[in-house]
Design a protein around this ligand. Sequence first.
Ligand SMILES: CC(C)(COP(=O)(O)OP(=O)(O)OC[C@H]1O[C@@H](n2cnc3c(N)ncnc32)[C@H](O)[C@@H]1OP(=O)(O)O)[C@@H](O)C(=O)NCCC(=O)NCCS
Length: 179
Amino acid sequence: MLVDGRFIASPPAVDSTGTSTDGLELRPPITSADWERYYELRWRVLRAPWEQPRGSEKDDREQDSFHVGLWDLTGKPVAAGRVQLNSPMEAQVRFMAVDPAWSRKGLGSKILAELEAHARSRGAQTMILNARDQALPFYERHGYVTSGKAHALFGGAVAHVRMKKQLSGGANACRSESA
Ligand SMILES: CC(C)(COP(=O)(O)OP(=O)(O)OC[C@H]1O[C@@H](n2cnc3c(N)ncnc32)[C@H](O)[C@@H]1OP(=O)(O)O)[C@@H](O)C(=O)NCCC(=O)NCCS
């Protein structure tokens, strides 16, 4: 079928909760409208619940980071994430955000796998991140281990722990950790 001028090979499947996930497209933001929607998702998920202003969902590493989203058929991102290189050997995931209406459908896992693949392709051996308490089980599920404390955000309202994962170790090891 044709949707917005693009050919979609088959109608999207519907999962047990009645929400389609097959029609989502995994890709970086491209157009200015994409970028606006991408940052709006970040702000809505990661900043608005703590009454943080628009703009607080960005930092000074946006330009030299790799960004990816899962986009629905209307061009809206429903999940997003970013990875930056801290050094030639170390990469860092930041700003992972899944629209709450789409949580626990495997979208965060797809984003994280793509960020890890990108970091590997750039030669990174280790991935680090600062995980919110509520996201800890998600990252543990993907092979990350706690390596220390990290700063709390918003005056201590959102605690973080530093987590780490070795990206080296062979394609099979990576695949088994990426649902
Ligand atoms: C954390 C987050 C990115 C996870 O994305 P998601 O799409 O919901 O996660 P997935 O569906 O890919 O989860 C994969 C697995 O991780 C684990 N997991 C994910 N969320 C979990 C939770 N809240 N509690 C326990 N385990 C969880 C489960 O094992 C899950 O597999 P299952 O659903 O088959 O049991 C998403 O919930 C989110 O954006 N949260 C709010 C913002 C945030 O905390 N971002 C991270 C900043 S550090």
